[in-house]
Design a binder for this molecule. Sequence first.
Ligand code: GLN
Length: 241
Amino acid sequence: MKELTIYHFMPDKLNLYSDIGNIIALKQRAKQRNITIHVEDINQTEGVTLENCDLFFIGGGSDREQALATQELSKIKNTLKEAIEDGMPGLTICGGYQFLGSKYITPDGTELEGLNILDFYTQSKEERLTGDIVIESDTFGTIVGFENHGGRTYHSFGTLGKVTHGFGNNDTDGKEGIHYKNLLGTYLHGPILPKNHELTDYLLEKACERKGITFEPKQLDNTVEEAAKQVIVKRVKNNKK
Ligand code: GLN
């Protein structure tokens, strides 16, 4: 029996623009490889260990919900950091990505403490960065999604790729997301995984590798997924700002 367990952190607070679709995509593409996915919703972290976790997911949220989620997750931040350092695959979206850093500065200058798992920070401004976004990634190829954030994130880690349309991490350096070990952090909602099968398969494959499960077939028929992605790519080309 091939089985993976996903820990979905704070689904009661962090689920913007159907981020839950990421879990559905992981389940669906695992099923096509006869892998069963078991999802644990973690809304309270007291006493939680990651012993049974193969992959984790954190969605996005408003500043308020993100601050509440950070408080809750701070109880297990060392465990989470160790798991990330050990190569546990994870996906974190927007607010969930931002609070992995040291701090989130709101537009009025208030500093909200992050989990400080990775050394980066986010500065938020009133003017939001929104719309379709397209990235070119050396690892994953073309990635598409939707972004809506006030936060500007600055770091010198590896990224998901170069922004060809939209904003990404901030409005200056033209890069999007973070790729550290097997952790992906990104501003892309959409949700990102149904729109980008390469990322879904990457996370599943890494989880399988760590657990000693065969990940086959490596490639699925992605004709429909590719066609859907091209709709976004064409749309942004036609609406070039
Ligand atoms: N509150 C954060 C921001 O606006 C995150 C928003 C989100 O998760 N979409 O930057």
